[in-house]
Ligand binder design. Structure first.
Ligand SMILES: NC(=O)c1ccc[n+]([C@@H]2O[C@H](COP(=O)([O-])OP(=O)(O)OC[C@H]3O[C@@H](n4cnc5c(N)ncnc54)[C@H](OP(=O)(O)O)[C@@H]3O)[C@@H](O)[C@H]2O)c1
Length: 258
């Protein structure tokens, strides 16, 4: 899908990957509707021409408001980039259920409901793209990030299913699997701290701008899955072909980091 003149709704757009996606879409002539909690940062990213809709996505009424206000302002939604998300660095066997639920409310249920609301609009025009930002952790489970990996695996499954469910309505769904993107993500966690091995991680590290370019190019070419950096495909292939070996290596890294 070419983005010039298209209405692009982006969640988690106040900073990081979402803000970089907004910039990349703006450069291509898209009309922007942006959401996140921090109104000041959101207004800065939206600028004079974009629509800023502040709110907490863990609240179902916020999800409805975002879609309603976007449609009221622009008349439609062509692309939804479901990007808002957060990490949780607490072992799954110890995590309080409240934290696990909070994680899934943002990383999975908000994406699901935003997809439902946007799909209802897109079905009327028989076109649209739903872009769900998962992670390489959505393709292989990282032991310092078990519950986050579980939420992102759920996002991958949801997106694959939506693609098949909505194909005949002219709606395309794209899964995005970034590696390590240099944003404030590691300090915005629900709880816990990333192990040192992750804080210093160099492989698979890219800027938010590079990640956003990969996402936008994925939308333009109707990609099925965007993996960025592309070397992430190697890791995912290794996890499929040699699961015990990859588990062994990840467990060693995890144990050393504790
Ligand atoms: N950074 C990485 O290494 C990496 C790797 C793979 C995947 N990802 C995924 O990429 C996405 C974006 O991450 P990022 O790196 O850009 O992180 P980030 O810099 O922490 O940005 C997260 C965005 O989500 C918004 N957000 C957080 N909680 C929210 C809530 N309850 N309601 C509404 N908005 C909320 C934040 O805005 P407010 O605080 O203003 O609400 C912010 O705009 C996430 O889904 C993440 O899981 C990141």
């Amino acid at each position: 899908m070419k983005l010039a003149g298209k209405v692009v709704l982006i969640t988690g757009a106040s900073e990081g990957i979402g803000a970089a996606c907004a910039e990349a879409c703006r450069k291509r002539g898209a009309r922007l509707a942006l959401s996140a909690r921090n109104e000041t940062k959101l207004n800065q990213v939206a600028g004079v021409d974009g629509l800023a809709i502040p709110g907490d996505l863990t609240q179902p009424e916020t999800r409805r408001l975002i879609v309603e206000r976007t449609v009221a302002h622009y008349g439609t939604i062509d692309v939804l980039i479901n990007n808002a998300g957060a990490g949780l660095y607490v072992a799954a066997h110890l995590a309080p259920m409240e934290q696990a639920r909070q994680l899934f409310e943002l990383n999975f249920f908000a994406m699901l409901e935003m997809s439902q609301l946007a799909a209802a609009v897109m079905r009327k025009q028989e076109s649209g793209s739903i872009v769900n930002v998962s992670s390489i952790a959505g393709k292989l489970t990282l032991p310092w990030f078990t519950l986050y990996s579980a939420s992102k695996h759920a996002v991958c499954a949801l997106t694959d299913g939506l693609r098949m469910e909505l194909k005949r309505d002219g709606i395309h769904a794209i899964t995005v699997c970034p590696g390590y993107v240099d944003t404030g993500f590691q300090s915005h966690v629900i709880a816990g701290r990333p192990p040192l091995v992750m804080q210093r991680s160099r492989p698979l590290r890219i800027t938010a701008e590079r990640c956003a370019e990969a996402i936008v190019r994925g939308i333009e070419r109707n990609a099925r899955t965007v993996v960025t950096p592309v070397s992430g495909w190697l890791l995912m292939a290794a996890a499929r072909m040699f699961p015990s070996l990859v588990d062994w290596q990840l467990e060693r890294m995890y144990s050393k980091a504790r």
